[in-house]
Design a protein around this ligand. Structure first.
Ligand SMILES: *Cc1c(COP(=O)(O)O)cnc(C)c1O
Length: 431
């Protein structure tokens, strides 16, 4: 008998009462998931079944306030009526045609994105990592086209996150993510926020500076004042490009449509993904006027990129954010959540080192030595889904449509979770 069937049988045998029929399903799914999925994620022992607005429900019928929102993805929450209806309608009209042809949804989306960001043209793909890949290729090809064949080096930052593909993981400034995968040549990592270090690392061989306006995965770290402006100046000085990874910060997450709008810095190109499709997979590369003729036919592409279904989803997200007034509310809601989380941090001074963030991308900073994973698990037990960023930060990335009542509820639940965590820490302490 294989280990698999033993585990499944044990699961079935352990379930006796009729009342736990759904729990039986849950246990079977968890067990099968553990046996059949690759195991590259640390997945919570729960199975999500449905969602509406800011709430999701698991297969046992327990409800959670979802402030993970698919890692800053579900900008309109779950099952948004306009988004769900548009996707259903588009699926029944035209789903995929390839890029050998134009499709109206994709053209309209490109128009809308250029109009809201001021960039000139768009390329579409299916994820953040792919958008960054396109941006890397764009930058090297741009220099190569100008006859600068040795201008290939990228400046990236420690603690950054740019994706999991072969090139983007090597740009990512967290060594554990890169370990064992070999090196993608030509990346220099510099401390985030340290302009002098960037200055020292610059040279005529630098192709581009690659940076997040707020380090999201790295622990919700906004760029210090003047940092992006300084990078812009250094890039110009060395004829290098400034490339912004706005995959997590874009599409209104930090207040304005792009986080770089907080500064007025105009990048040469930016990458978007996460919130762009409101949960439907889509990524985008937006480029300035001087970069519209770099990726000529044959140099780059994506089979699924720009398909009508994903494009329609993103168009609806933009419509709801811009026309229904959701985006305009993000700065106020973000400031409100920030204030409340600062109060939570003050109330639990023994466990927290404060809060930080921009808009509705916020982090509650746990003190060194506080078990962030346990805090996350207790919040989950309390009916609040969050994620951890940078090891010690509880990250709040609610749907942008979250109400003030929902923000209050999240704050109450995380505060409760910290109180529970404190009790558990005390009981764990040796006598
Ligand atoms: C999530 C993220 C990525 C990677 O996006 P995927 O869709 O997972 O490939 C890249 N950069 C940043 C800043 C991100 O937050």
């Amino acid at each position: 008998m294989t280990g698999k069937s033993t585990a499944a049988e044990q699961t079935l045998l352990s379930v006796t009462s009729e009342a736990s029929a759904t729990q039986e399903t849950t246990q079977a799914l968890l067990s099968s998931g553990a046996d059949h999925l690759l195991g590259n994620y640390r997945q919570a022992p729960m199975v999500l079944a449905r969602g509406r607005g800011c709430f999701v429900e698991d297969t046992d019928g327990k409800q959670y306030l979802d402030f993970a929102a698919g890692v800053a993805v579900n900008a309109l929450g779950h099952a948004h009526p306009k988004l769900a209806a548009a996707i259903a309608e588009q699926a029944a009209t035209l789903m995929h045609v390839s890029n050998y042809f134009y499709n109206a949804e994709n053209v309209r989306l490109a128009e809308a994105l250029c109009s809201v960001t001021g960039f000139e043209r768009a390329f579409f793909c299916n994820s953040g990592g792919e958008a960054n890949e396109a941006m890397l290729k764009l930058a090297r090809r741009y220099q190569w086209n100008r006859g600068k064949k040795d201008k290939m080096r990228f400046i990236a930052f420690t603690n950054s996150f740019h994706g999991r593909t072969f090139a983007t993981v090597n740009l990512t400034g967290t060594p554990s993510y890169r370990e064992g995968f070999g090196e993608f040549p030509g990346v220099t990592h510099v401390p985030y926020g340290d302009l002098d270090a960037v200055k020292a690392a610059m040279g005529d061989d630098v192709c581009a500076i690659f940076v997040e306006p707020v380090q999201g995965e790295g622990g919700v770290l906004p760029a210090p004042p003047g940092f992006l402006e300084g990078l812009r100046a250094l890039a110009d000085q060395h004829e290098a490009l400034l490339l912004l990874d706005e995959i997590q910060t874009g599409v209104g997450r930090t207040g304005p449509f792009l986080a770089s709008e907080h500064t007025g810095v105009k990048a040469d190109a930016i990458a978007l993904a996460k919130g762009l499709g409101g949960g439907f997979p889509i990524g985008a590369l937006l480029v300035g006027k001087h970069l519209t003729n770099v990726l000529t036919p044959g140099t780059h592409g994506s089979t699924f990129g720009g398909n009508p279904l994903a494009s329609r989803a993103a168009r609806v997200v933009l419509e709801v954010l811009l026309d229904d007034g959701v985006l305009a509310e993000v700065p106020k809601k973000g400031a409100y959540l920030g204030e409340k989380l600062a109060a939570v941090a003050a109330r639990h001074k023994d466990l927290c080192d404060g809060e930080r963030g921009l808009g509705l991308l916020r982090g509650l900073i746990l003190k060194k030595g506080v078990d962030a994973r346990e805090a996350l698990a207790i919040a989950r037990e309390n009916g609040l889904l969050l994620t951890i960023a940078g090891g010690q930060v509880l990250r709040f990335t609610p749907p942008l449509v979250a109400s003030y009542e929902e923000l209050d509820l999240a704050v109450a639940r995380v505060s409760e979770a910290l109180a529970t965590l404190r009790l558990r820490m005390v009981t764990k302490e040796p006598a």
